[in-house]
Design a protein. Structure first.
Length: 155
């Protein structure tokens, strides 16, 4: 992957790290669904950053490509593809998110896909709140490499 993601994210992560240093939450008190809530936004921001870094294009095309990558079925595929590269701690967080009992599900996904996607989002929420921006960047790159090989699309 080119340097696009690593070029655009660090400044944002530095600002967020300063904020989180003063307000560091106790991760043990957060439910996996709360972690998934923030992780959904973080993962989406990473994906949007990568897609926009590839070049200026029509908003409709940007939205379409981002939507393809953040939908539950794509996230479920990505986490299955990179699961073996997660640390034991990351696997535990992912499983907690996957096994959480959500009261809703995605409109266009199976329950299994939705649960796997929730696990991925919980992992990103955990990493974000823990201030592990470098690891998030690594995992997004791995997710996109896996997905690009799978769907044949270059971001």
């Amino acid at each position: 992957m080119d340097e696009g993601l690593r070029e655009y994210i660090p400044e944002l992560m530095e600002q967020e790290e300063r904020f989180l240093q003063e307000n560091r939450p106790d991760m043990r008190t957060y439910s996996p669904l709360t972690l998934a809530f923030i992780g959904d936004a973080v993962f989406s921001l990473y994906i949007r950053t990568v897609v926009v870094a590839k070049g200026n294009t029509a908003p409709g095309k940007l939205h379409k490509r981002c939507s393809e990558l953040v939908k539950a079925s794509a996230q479920a595929s990505m986490i299955r593809g990179i699961y073996g590269e997660l640390t034991r701690e990351e696997q535990d967080i992912y499983r907690r998110g996957r096994n959480a009992q959500a009261s809703s599900r995605a409109k266009n996904a199976t329950m299994s896909e939705y649960r796997h996607a929730t696990g991925l989002e919980a992992l990103f929420g955990y990493l974000y709140l823990s201030g592990r921006g470098e690891r998030m960047t690594e995992l997004v790159e791995k997710c996109l490499e896996y997905q690009n090989g799978r769907d044949g699309h270059e971001i």
